[in-house]
Each structure stands twice: as C-alpha cells, then as structure tokens.
Design a protein. Structure first.
Length: 245
C-alpha cells in the first residue's frame, strides 16, 4: 500500500501533532524521540495515515540530527508503527500495530467499559480454574488477604492493596501462567479502578469483602461454576459504581 492509497494528510496541516515533542537536549536523543513518537501514535495524536515531514524539515523542527531521526524511525518501523517508503514515512493503520503493542499500553488507552468487560472475562475464568486447582497454601493466603481487608475499612490504600493481592493470588491458584502474567500486567490499572470505586461508594468496600468470602467459599468447595458466577457478580458491582454520575 503506497501513501496515496493510505489516505495521506497534508504535512503542513498536521504539524501541530509534533509541536509538543522536545528531545533536543541530553543524550539518547533517538531513544527519547522513539518513546515520544510511539506514545503519540498509540494514543492517536499521530493518526493512521499521517505523513511525517521530510527528514530535513523534521530535523530542523525538532532541532536534532538526521542520524537520531533515522534511528528512531527504524525502531518505530521495526515494531510496526510506521512504514518508510521512497515517497515518505507514514503512520500505519491501527490494526497493523496493535498486535505488537504491549498489553499494558493497550489497556491504558481503553475505554473504562471495555476494560471492565475484559476483567469480567479474565477473572471469572481465573476463579473457575482456581476452584479446580487451588492448593491448601493458596486457600490460606486468600483467607489471610480477606482478614486484612476486613480490618482495613478505614484505610482505602491498604484495602485496595489487599483486594488486588486477593485477585492476583487467585490467578496464581489457577496454575495458568499466561493468565497469571496477564493479571500482573493489568495490576496497576485494576488497582486504580478499585481505588476509585472505594472512594466513590464506601458501601462497596463491605460488599467487596463479602464477595471475596463467597469466592473463597466456592474455591474451598471446588465449585468452579459458582466461583465464576460470584466473580462475575463482584466485578459487575464495581462496574455499576464506576458508571455512576
């Protein structure tokens, strides 16, 4: 696909997308430029089809050397964010680079509803597997985290920390490394969502403890279906709080 087919935009009409980039001082200029451009492409500030100014004009605008620009462009092309041709350099369509974008970055750019729906699917199945595979040590840790949550109602930071640890321990108990690694990737985002919910509605803190106890009971009973259903109900409760005006 050439630039014309790609639906290019006039460079002069889109120079504003590059105005906030400042990489002219310090060392590792190419690395700094790579990070800046990567974030702008992933966020959509540099949209699909955007054609960069020619190298000379872009180097003058950014006050950098051509070698630094070429190194940054090479790195961006390697991970599929841009395409370089004799006609110019342009941003690829989103579906061309999503597959190589780290999951954490994609989730940061996700709508809250998409994020919570992803969590429903992920954690409900994690709970079901945990009910089938949890060890006595897993169950002991899950019980311990619930007890700490119960005594942390006046400390939202502590409550959030152990709410998250409970779900991470469930993922470990699933004995599925891919699911466990995925939970670790999204950990910080989920912590932020849970903290927001706790600040927004104090009652959800007590409901969270109750839901966790019900999930743990299902795990102890080796009832995968019930563990799945309660986890789904728990996360939907969080979604309802987050969606409130």
């Amino acid at each position: 696909m050439n630039i014309e087919q790609h639906g290019k935009m006039k460079t002069e009409d889109n120079a504003k997308f590059l105005d906030s980039i400042q990489v002219s001082s310090g060392i590792n200029i190419s690395s700094k430029l790579f990070v800046e451009l990567r974030e702008k492409i992933i966020s959509g500030d540099l949209p699909p089809g955007y054609v960069f100014p020619n190298e000379l004009a872009l180097c003058e605008k950014l006050k950098i050397g051509r070698s630094s620009l070429r190194e940054a462009f090479h790195a961006l092309a390697t991970i599929g964010l841009i395409t370089r041709t004799k006609q110019g350099t342009y941003v690829n369509e989103k579906f061309d680079y999503v597959a190589v974008t780290p999951l954490g970055e994609l989730l940061k750019q996700s709508d809250i509803n998409d994020l919570m729906e992803f969590r429903v699917m992920l954690e409900s199945e994690i709970a079901a597997l945990a009910a089938a595979r949890a060890t006595d040590e897993d169950i002991a840790l899950l019980s311990q985290y619930i007890e700490i949550m119960r005594t942390s109602m006046d400390d939202i930071e502590q409550l959030t920390k152990y709410d998250t640890r409970f779900h991470l321990q469930l993922s470990a108990a699933s004995q599925n490394l891919l699911l466990h690694h995925t939970m670790n990737v999204v950990r910080s985002i989920y912590e932020t969502v849970i903290s927001q919910a706790f600040h927004k509605d104090k009652n959800i803190m007590y409901r969270a403890v109750d839901f966790h106890e019900r999930i743990l009971h299902a795990v102890k009973e080796r009832d995968s279906q019930h563990a799945r259903e309660v986890t789904n109900e728990h996360i939907m409760d969080v979604m309802n709080v987050i969606r409130k005006d």
